[in-house]
Design a protein around this ligand. Sequence first.
Ligand SMILES: *[C@@H]1O[C@H](CO)[C@@H](O)[C@H](O)[C@H]1NC(C)=O
Ligand SMILES: *[C@@H]1O[C@H](CO)[C@@H](O)[C@H](O)[C@H]1NC(C)=O
Ligand SMILES: *[C@@H]1O[C@H](CO)[C@@H](O)[C@H](O)[C@H]1NC(C)=O
Ligand SMILES: *[C@@H]1O[C@H](CO)[C@@H](O)[C@H](O)[C@H]1NC(C)=O
Ligand SMILES: *[C@@H]1O[C@H](CO)[C@@H](O)[C@H](O)[C@H]1NC(C)=O
Length: 476
Amino acid sequence: MERIVKISFVLTVLIKAVYCQGLAIDFNIQTATNSSLPAADAGVSADSTSTDRLQINCRLANINNVERFDNLRLGRITKNGVVQNLAKLQNAVAALPGYQTPILESGVMMVGIQVHGSFSPTNPTLGISLPISSLTCNDAATYNCTLEYGYVEGSNYKPAVAVEEKNLTVTVKPPGIEMTAFNQSSTNFAGQQITDSGTESSSPAKFYIGQVIKITCKASLGSYRNGEIKWRKSNIVAGSSLANHIPNSGDHIVGEVQAVDGCQYQKTDSILYNMTDQDATRASNNPLQFQCYVAVQTPFYETPEATRKNFFLRVFNENEDPTSGGLATAGSGDAGVIAGAVIGSLVGIVIIVLLVYFLWYRRRAAGDDYTTKEEQGASNPNLAPEPQYAQSTKKGHENRAMDERTDSSHRYANDSYDRKDRHDRSDRNGQRGVGRRNLALDDDDEDYHSRDGSPTMNHSTHMGIDPEHGGIGTGV
Ligand SMILES: *[C@@H]1O[C@H](CO)[C@@H](O)[C@H](O)[C@H]1NC(C)=O
Ligand SMILES: *[C@@H]1O[C@H](CO)[C@@H](O)[C@H](O)[C@H]1NC(C)=O
Ligand SMILES: *[C@@H]1O[C@H](CO)[C@@H](O)[C@H](O)[C@H]1NC(C)=O
Ligand SMILES: *[C@@H]1O[C@H](CO)[C@@H](O)[C@H](O)[C@H]1NC(C)=O
Ligand SMILES: *[C@@H]1O[C@H](CO)[C@@H](O)[C@H](O)[C@H]1NC(C)=O
């Protein structure tokens, strides 16, 4: 008995040795339009945004004597040496699964896997396909095919086995980022997670100057152990693109690279940010915004814009009520402020002219129904800007706005160009510390200057949305 087993084992080994050539394994990329290309160097780049599929096919390449096949099987051996059966096609037992129809082996649980193939007694094919978007580094394995068949030699029908194997490499592009924000100044408990705001520019998280936020980004680096998390911040000038944000080392918590599943990497970085005076001067269409993304140097990769994570903030002055909507909605940078000033002045003049005209007209036609008309007009929401400008007229109409501009330009000139003079800041803000860091302010100024060296423009930006002196259109 033992002998028979031994002999059959030796026979199998011999047959395998003789017929190990002849099968082929192909790795193909199948696009949405069904065109199919061989994967270059048996390697595939797993991109979470791809709509393509990877096909792994077994076919007869160089076996011409097949009388009839019994079994064609596809499997793989993982990096950890685990053998997995993936698909089969058999022509041996009609009552068993896979008879003349390709099927997945029971227990195969790979996301989006499909089986395909064609039955022919002498020339079968068998394959699986997987969405490229769901490939992981664990799909990088040794794929193998085995064909059991019979051939005729002389008048004898003889069994034979052909095997083939091929390695697939998978490079996983960094698939995703999770961003979480924490209120370090929360009175409930420091580091309370912010869940109700910030993810959309239309619902920014609200903070006061001097309060601190912590933003954490957990990024999958895919196959790229050397990937880094980078940060960007919105420019103080509305409409400009985000600028690189390089935090102070004390405000930058850089995480260790961790291996996930043994072959993919992830990293978690955080930044701390202290709200500055300048942040509170931002127009509502240009909120303070932080962005994180993954960058790899070689091979070059950056998270596509659409899948980067953003956090939006609105910063208020101590004496502002965030619930009232807060600051000026007027300025969108310099152009907005200048336009606002010009339009404001014009509207003011028109209103004065109208008022004078109405008063004059009323006096002439005293006691008639024009009075009623005017009263209705005053409560008409379409004329809503009127109270604002009416107010500023009382205080000396459009010249006041011009005076304030000069005044605040002076102050900001001090801030921007004489940054050592922190006393000026603390004078203005009373309780705020003298030594407050204003890195972001400095950064932004630099950004701005590099964009347009004109300091005059810069001042008017600050001026237009100056929280303390009231920007154009905020009323006083
Ligand atoms: C691609 O092939 C599959 C299966 O062969 C078929 O179901 C699908 O309709 C084809 N798609 C196109 C766009 O031809
Ligand atoms: C693949 O190779 C493993 C290890 O040699 C083997 O156990 C398995 O049966 C093979 N599978 C196929 C389908 O060839
Ligand atoms: C295929 O992968 C296995 C396991 O990682 C390795 O031992 C083998 O040398 C590789 N073969 C080729 C041809 O690269
Ligand atoms: C953070 O906490 C402070 C103090 O309670 C509060 O003023 C501020 O509005 C909070 N901000 C957010 C976004 O929760
Ligand atoms: C943030 O700024 C305030 C006001 O200057 C300061 O008191 C506080 O220490 C700063 N916090 C951090 C974490 O830098």
